[in-house]
Design a binder for this molecule. Sequence first.
Ligand SMILES: [Zn+2]
Length: 276
Amino acid sequence: MDGIEANEHAITSRTTVQRAMTRVETGHQTGIRLLKCVLIAVALGAVPSAPTAAQSLRGSSASLDLQNRVAREHDFSFIETGERVTYFASRGWLQRVTPNRNFELHAVSFPYARPEVATFVERLARQYRAACGEQLVVTSLTRPTTRQPRNASERSVHPTGMAVDLRYSRDRNCRNWLEGVLTSLESAGVLEATRERYPAHYHVAVFPKQYKSYVGQVATRATQRVTQIAYTVRNGDSLWTIARRLGTTVEVIKQKNGINGSKIFAGQVLEVPSSR
Ligand SMILES: [Zn+2]
């Protein structure tokens, strides 16, 4: 279910709320309509329109310190030349970032990044497009030290392949979504994001080990989803037949829907946790 993806990036391990994602499906064989709800844990920080969302995207010396410290912890080299980029790619230390329907590369001289950064771009772009309808635009990835733009900081981590620049969208909804997600991931400790001015873009230093473990946690949670079905009662149904059809028990349905006794009526919509 694609809608879930938009929230995956916003999950933190600290505070969670449950949000129901819904989708209507039509059962062709039976003609009944099922409303499937999937409950997933998402962070309070996932709310993209939070007024404080953009505040931590201001760059600072401390932010650069952190990016460099993480680069050292990963034992990353600051790559000096284009040839070295090719060499790193041949060893699998850098991975080619291939654009797809969710993102494009704009004037990117070296379309390579650390493998985890490539994963980050792909996941983020998929969610970004689902959330706001736009393709994400990547404007920079690995940049060798000898190929840095004049106004780049000497402490930029682009030469390590752990950073990506994202174009600043003209669409406010897209910016709000992106800033919300980046801020949330920043507070989860998996990246440092900064909104830069000249030219306007988001600089994101992804922390590979931390991000990888975060993605692993998200995948684990995804398998723990509880599926809820909104079942519309038909003539001839009983609690027992419904429970049997959907793989649950009469007691669970009664408890979920506050039913005393066993009376149900055609057209009534019951919320049923289903294991099928
Ligand atoms: Zn950057």
